[in-house]
Design a protein around this ligand. Sequence first.
Ligand code: NAD
Length: 479
Amino acid sequence: MNPHHHALFIGGRWVAPASDGRITVLGASTEAVLGSVPDGSEKDMDAAVAAARAAFDDPDGWAAWEPARRADALYCLAEALERRVEDITRVVSAQNGMTIGLAQQVEGALPAILLRYYADLIRNDPGEAVREGMLGAPVHVRREPLGVVAAIVPWNAPQLLSATKYAPGLAAGCTFVLKPSPETVLDSVLFAEAVEEAGLPPGVVNVVPAGREVGAYLVSHPHIDKVAFTGSTAAGRQIAATCGTLLRPVTLELGGKSAAVILDDVDLGTAIGEPFVQATLLANGQACFASTRILAPRSRYDEVVDAVSSLVGDLTVGDPLDPTTQIGPMASARQRERVEGYIEKGRAEGARLVVGGSRPDAEKGYYVTPTVFADVDNAQTIAREEIFGPVLSVIPYTDEDDAVRIANDSEYGLGGTVWTNDDERGMRVARRMHTGTVGLNHYTVDPAAPFGGVKSSGLGREFGPEALLNYQQVKSIYT
Ligand code: NAD
């Protein structure tokens, strides 16, 4: 694989970019150049949007195809991705530090699973139903594709977070301009190659790596019909403001500060193990839904702090491409600085550092040692702001009501977990949490179930049949 690319995938072809700017990606564990791509400009976005527009507006094109024909094409794309799965997972892992085993599941397997899931959902769906009207005449209610979608994704799970948009969107009949994040552009080239090999009609999927200014230009482009965004809450607010002015449909998957509620009946020996690491420190803590506020009952506070810090202190930190590694590096120097800034803040505001808080011995790579703070007050900065790194805060609570109150006392509401031996009690607490998703004794996102946030964690849902509605509009025809 040549890591230096000189063309953009627009209109089903590899075309020369309009400017000579480049995006160069450094390895998260090596700090060495991994490769580069053209830095997409506004002119490139114009070309990509025009190609997507033409593909959508073609009266015999993608949007007009029978659902079964689109479903077959999505199966072809799933196969083309699977043929590249090894390259994709290695390059994602090298770019953003995600451990290779996780990359195989999340970035390798899930996109193809989602493509087949949405292909199967629409294959036999007529998209139209006749409803008995209240005025004595039947009404035809149709679900039509929304149009041209701008999909903007972050670097922490670039393939999956692209697929959560294009899989339902393509199934619905939309066409796409995908803008990956500058930190993870090399895998987007492999995705574009898969689209080409799968034989999707020209312009149905266009890929333009670019920075945030060009992303903002894409959001406001007059020929975009819908924006699907995953990223920070700050960027999400700007995008929402633009879409509000334009009355443009938008889905926003944003940041989180989720709580792990450890109930006082829990068997800590069982609960605080591998599933707890997955729920709290997945992707080196660079996961939007990570339960990084650990709520511990005062009656067992020291026990919880000991269990969590010995689990976290024993994690193997190292090269993300080594299958024995449990925690890899941060994705970039900027991200490590951000995480270290929060560790400093935690110390300065009086939280007790129990493990971590430093850099491990490594000559290269943006590593941060997994860190646990105890005696954290939910009002402190490290309990309120999204750190997006391997830093956990253990916060004491008095009783179940207090635990729910603290869990809900957050600007965010994306994930959350409850740890208990009593399923009924766990369900009771889960139902009271103001958040889009909750896991009982584990946290594993299920593609068949809607995923998303409340409050500052976003608007709308991805995954599940619900996500198809993000890419459809409903029309009534009165007869
Ligand atoms: P970011 O918001 O800085 O960037 C995300 C993407 O948006 C990038 O492609 C970037 O170039 C682009 N962008 C930034 N500002 C923009 C603007 N004003 N207009 C258009 N495009 C813009 O986020 P990041 O640092 O890359 O990713 C980390 C964030 O993503 C975290 O806050 C994390 O919680 C969030 N995230 C959320 C989910 C979810 O499903 N809710 C999943 C993963 C990550």
